[in-house]
Design a protein around this ligand. Structure first.
Ligand code: HXC
Length: 257
């Protein structure tokens, strides 16, 4: 494979990216960042891929940015290279991305999971933003995305105390979409990604874009945006097919057009 810190595979129309630095609990070093971004962008550009799944190991989704790699850096270096800014490219990916999280999702690991469109967690998952214990703060969007996901009270609690929350608390708080037994995580996440990939890809992209717009705009503007995009779905063959299939009591055959 062209990658050393991740594994990639295709399962039907799902592109799977598995973080694979087991000795460092999948700590996110610069090579892994480059490889994840490259692999996800390659799947995004691939017409045969309708959903992307990002996952880690049973013990760790990712235990954060690589502390050993960061430790010696000066301000001028982290500012000069704009450390971690490449992760932002994941928020421009248009194909839906599911995160399957077991074990530790701490610091940058929690932030990477939040860069995905939704999180399915094993009951073993632990989420947190412990950066403060290292004398830094979240740097891959954690202070912003966690606050939007769980509200100010819990985001402040996690960012200021550095404590972890378990999967149950994370689901109650709205950070994760579903919690499943650890043994079922990969199957359930693949099933969800496969379901998404069976839809019309342009329509799935529109749904993702509409939900994401809610974070960037007022309610009235967001509803207007949604309405216009909804109207535009009627310009697609897949709207004709989806509704015809319902009326004719058969499964739709989407053509991604
Ligand atoms: C580099 C890491 C690492 C990390 C674990 N390892 N996390 N290496 N960066 N973030 C390495 C350990 O050094 C160790 O390597 C090996 O992985 C196994 O970890 P252990 O600590 O021995 O495992 P365990 O006792 O099970 O504890 C698991 C853990 C702990 C609780 C997750 O590893 C931990 O607290 N990790 C750091 C979590 C963290 O602070 N994350 C936030 C990072 S800052 P060796 O070679 O010693 O065996 C961050 C910043 C984002 O993400 C942007 C703002 C700057």
């Amino acid at each position: 494979s062209e990658y050393e810190t991740i594994l990639t595979e295709r399962t039907g129309r799902v592109g799977v990216v598995t973080l694979n630095r087991p000795k460092a609990l999948n700590a996110l070093n610069s090579q892994l960042m480059r490889e994840v971004v490259a692999a996800v962008e390659a799947f995004d550009a691939d017409d045969e891929i309708g959903a992307i799944l990002i996952t880690g190991s049973e013990k760790a989704f990712a235990a954060g940015a690589d502390i050993k790699e960061m430790q010696p850096k000066t301000f001028a270096q982290v500012y000069g290279e704009d450390l971690f800014s490449q992760w932002d490219r994941l928020s421009s990916v248009r194909t839906p991305i599911v995160a399957a999280v077991a074990g530790y999702a701490l610091g940058g690991g929690c932030e990477l999971a939040m860069l995905c469109d939704f999180i399915i967690a094993a009951d073993t998952a632990k989420f947190g933003q412990p950066e403060i214990k290292l004398g830094v703060i979240p740097g891959i969007g954690g202070s912003q995305r966690l606050t939007r996901a769980v509200g100010k009270a819990k985001a402040m609690d996690l960012c200021l105390t550095g404590r972890n929350m378990d999967a149950e608390e994370a689901e109650r708080a709205g950070l994760v979409a579903r919690v499943v037994p650890a043994a079922d995580l990969q199957a359930v996440a693949l099933e969800a990604a496969t379901a998404i990939a069976s839809m019309s890809l342009p329509i799935a992209m529109m749904a993702k874009e509409a939900v994401n717009r809610s974070f960037e705009t007022t309610l009235a503007e967001g509803v207007k945006f949604e309405r216009r995009v909804f109207h535009s779905t009627f310009a697609t063959a897949d709207q004709k097919e989806g509704m015809a299939a319902f009326v004719e009591k058969r499964a739709p055959k989407f053509v991604n057009g």
